[in-house]
Design a protein around this ligand. Sequence first.
Ligand code: NAG
Ligand code: NAG
Ligand code: NAG
Ligand code: NAG
Length: 269
Amino acid sequence: MAAGRATLTLGVASLLLVAYASAHDFVRFGYRGAIGPDKWGSLCPDYQLCSKGKHQSPINIVKDDVVYDPKLEPLQRDYAATNATLVDNGFNIALRYDSGVGHVIVGGKNYTLIQMHWHSPSEHTIDGERFPVELHLVHSSDDGNITVVAILYQFGRPDPFLSQIKNKVAELAKEVCAGDEEAHVPVGIVQTRAMKRHSRKYFRYVGSLTTPPCTENVIWNILGKVREMTAEQLAELKAPLHEEYYNNSRPTQPLNGRTVLLYDESKAS
Ligand SMILES: *[C@@H]1O[C@H](CO)[C@@H](O)[C@H](O)[C@H]1NC(C)=O
Ligand SMILES: *[C@@H]1O[C@H](CO)[C@@H](O)[C@H](O)[C@H]1NC(C)=O
Ligand SMILES: *[C@@H]1O[C@H](CO)[C@@H](O)[C@H](O)[C@H]1NC(C)=O
Ligand SMILES: CC(=O)N[C@H]1CO[C@H](CO)[C@@H](O)[C@@H]1O
């Protein structure tokens, strides 16, 4: 039933793409105080879903409640090394791609990778556990539907992907300090091999963007494998942000009857 819903009702928002394209043009939101997550819905009419939506993200994933679905397909991802631009959206750091970086097939539908960005601490929690970082790979279909692949990180060995763009992140921090409103740094060709590593396990549910306008009908795929980065890498990633966005994690939202599905290769016969 939930799987059916996933393929049925992916509504979305070219709004999203506009939001990401021009971060500084829209109403400012934050993670505490008068513009904190509990106020987002009243900051402007476009953000109403943040408080009124019934299928919001992130959520806490309760392992005992997830439903193994033998019909879910492996996450078929195909990302190529490509040109990218590192962008300070103000509320997070993102890597924006030129067209054609790659695709993921979800529910038989082809979605293009548009950008990826980091949240800290993690937005999704697993059995109440929050991780230091969560990476969102945002994909959009030709007709505007959105699917996100989310990767959780704990502290450990260096993340090779971040090592690769380390100097560019430092450059971005300098640009921000110089007062550049639309700070961005061309990164050149980024190797995305690590991002398409085969996933033996993922959680699937239908939710929303975790930042205003909190658009719904976003298909979430949270990888079961927690990856690693160093605390130093996280500090580097936060350096370009203003201190009030060091924590850019939206609190978990009520499930409201939604089912979280599980893809698990080890259970497939
Ligand atoms: C981050 O902010 C959220 C509220 O948006 C709060 O619930 C959480 O405790 C904060 N986490 C940290 C590590 O400061
Ligand atoms: C990457 O972008 C740079 C600058 O925009 C451009 O000169 C270069 O040709 C691009 N490389 C590829 C492989 O697209
Ligand atoms: C997804 O679409 C792109 C073109 O937009 C195409 O190059 C790619 O082969 C497609 N992938 C699959 C598995 O159909
Ligand atoms: C295949 C699919 O789920 N398409 C959806 C994309 O989004 C539009 C607009 O929200 C929906 O009407 C489609 O059903």
